[in-house]
Design a protein. Structure first.
Length: 157
């Protein structure tokens, strides 16, 4: 199996894990700290999805892969995302990356009612289970689009 297909499969596995956590575990436990763990799973899924598409486009000679992840993300946003996804879906994917980065950098995080709050300096980000479910829906939709894309000819996904 080609490396990019393996990465798509890994992306799918992380989506399944996040989906289970969001719809089953979260509803049973009602623990808002799970929100950030689900975000981490969505981040991993997004990362594998982007890596897979970068590898595929590189294998057919359309782009170059760089050692710098920021350049690779820019390549994805500018050249690959418009080819396979709509603008809103690509923005959601980038938002997942931004939230995960803020989570890793944040010195203070806390739960406030039904929100997970990430405090970074004098700015803050809030994250709810509804937003997580939107991210999850977007990622699933993106994988389905890739599966149905005739250019990629993915039989098993």
């Amino acid at each position: 199996m080609e490396k990019w297909l393996e990465n798509l499969e890994k992306s799918k596995q992380h989506i399944k894990t996040a989906e289970n956590m969001a719809y089953i575990t979260f509803s049973l436990l009602k623990e808002n700290r799970l929100i950030i763990k689900i975000l981490s799973e969505l981040y991993e899924s997004s990362n594998y999805l982007i890596t897979a598409l970068l590898q595929y486009e590189s294998s057919i000679g359309k782009i170059n892969i760089y050692k710098d992840p920021i350049l690779n993300l820019r390549t994805f946003k500018e050249k690959i995302a418009p080819k396979y996804f709509n603008i809103e879906d690509a923005k959601q994917l980038v938002r997942i990356f931004e939230l995960e980065k803020k989570h890793r950098q944040a010195p203070v995080e806390f739960i406030r009612k039904d929100k997970f709050v990430i405090l970074l300096g004098d700015k803050y980000e809030t994250l709810t289970i509804l937003e997580i479910k939107e991210f999850l829906s977007t990622l699933k939709k993106m994988l389905i689009r890739l599966k149905l894309n005739p250019k990629l000819s993915i039989k098993k996904l």
